[in-house]
Design a binder for this molecule. Structure first.
Ligand SMILES: *Cc1c(COP(=O)(O)O)cnc(C)c1O
Length: 368
């Protein structure tokens, strides 16, 4: 059986790691894209100690409200239409304002005092060059919003926070801090700031400001290039596993799978595992990718390489490491404690975020 097990305790542990690293900031826990593939309903109870959650679309925000989340919800790309702006007001959702049309909706349709939508996350483009007002615009936009009764959080997003020494980081920090200081001096000292994603939380402890916006770190992946999740004391919130459904021996010189991609050097004991790209296991992994087999009888763990092409419904692994007695229905961990999803992402030439977001609906989902 293909199973995705979500571990709320791990998420709470990882949230506490963030809170320890950013003790003076509020935490907007990012749960966009169905909580990075973990399932919003599964993770919200584990995030009770967060100050708010962040999502990318109004639909995601409404879903979280329906699930009973009654604290801050930040819509990080803001409303996409005047109608969405009205719905944000109706459901007490705070919005990013990053371009002129959103500014106009906000000035024409001012939420009641006390409404969460009266808190506007004003996006300043410090160098990512996706969303946000530039330095010339941001002052006047902030002034107009402030005069219309909005409380402001100046926000920006790092382009390279995973690489501490990347030169753009220092520039983004400098631009952000200087504009925030100007807004506080000329408009209101109460204007807040929000700069850091997960990588920023780790790499820029001096620049956490009022709100940090961690995402991937909550799910137990490392957000930075130079430290593993284990080194950062993060626990994986997802265990993706399948089962051995057949045992074989491949004779020397015979090949395995589509394209006859992998050839046995000597007689090799192999196992078929009930998972494939149709479940979200990446089709392209290098020869170094491995799984952990947990013997159904002995509960011993064995590290086994993935061989041959990943197919839609199955993969083949080399079980030379495991004893002949290995049970047919043994559990196979594709990612979880070992290997970590970060390792498989590395073997697949992508990042953990993508692997977890693109899991299909086929695996059974359970809560630990
Ligand atoms: C997704 C997102 C984050 C979280 O990024 P991670 O790298 O997962 O920590 C933070 N801020 C914004 C605006 C985002 O869209």
């Amino acid at each position: 059986m293909r199973t995705i097990t979500i571990k709320p305790k791990a998420i709470t542990h990882n949230l506490n790691q963030v809170k320890q690293r950013a003790p003076h900031s509020k935490v907007l826990a990012m749960v966009k894209s169905n909580a990075y593939g973990h399932g919003v309903a599964a993770v919200l109870p584990a995030l009770q100690q967060a100050d708010g959650i962040g999502v990318a679309t109004l639909t995601e925000a409404l879903e979280a409200r329906q699930l009973g989340w009654n604290k801050t919800i930040g819509l990080v790309e803001g409303a996409f239409s005047a109608d969405e702006w009205q719905q944000a007001i109706d459901h007490d959702i705070s919005c990013v304002i990053h371009h002129r049309p959103q500014l106009e909706w906000a000035l024409q349709n001012i939420p009641p005092a006390g409404s969460a939508t009266r808190v506007a996350w004003l996006k300043y483009n410090t160098g990512m060059n996706r969303l946000g007002f530039n330095a010339e615009e941001v002052l006047s936009v902030a002034k107009r919003l402030h005069e219309s009764g909005y409380r402001l959080i100046l926000a920006t997003h790092f382009a390279n926070a995973d690489e501490r020494e990347h030169p753009l980081n220092a520039m983004q920090i400098e631009r952000f801090s200087s504009v925030l200081a100007t807004l506080q001096a000329t408009i209101s000292p109460d204007i807040q700031g929000s700069l850091c994603n997960s990588a920023g939380v780790i790499n820029f402890p001096e620049h956490h400001y009022d709100w940090v916006r961690p995402g991937i770190i909550l799910y137990g992946s490392s957000p930075v290039v130079d430290k593993s999740a284990q080194e950062l004391d993060l626990q994986p919130a997802m265990d993706f596993s399948a089962q051995i459904i057949a045992l074989q021996t491949v004779s020397a010189n015979d090949a395995v799978g589509y394209g006859s991609h992998w050839q046995a050097q000597t007689d090799t004991r192999t196992a078929l595992v009930s998972v494939g790209y149709g479940d979200g296991y990446p089709r392209v992994v290098t020869g170094d990718a491995y799984v952990t087999v947990i013997d159904a009888d002995s509960t011993q763990h064995y590290r086994c390489p993935v061989i041959g092409r990943v197919a839609m419904d199955m993969i083949v692994i080399d079980i030379s490491n495991a004893p002949e007695s290995l049970a047919l229905d043994s559990k196979v961990v594709l990612w979880g404690d070992a290997p970590r999803v970060d390792e498989i992402a590395g073997h697949a030439g992508t990042i953990s975020y993508e692997l977890m977001c693109r899991l299909s609906i086929r695996p059974k989902r359970v809560l630990a």
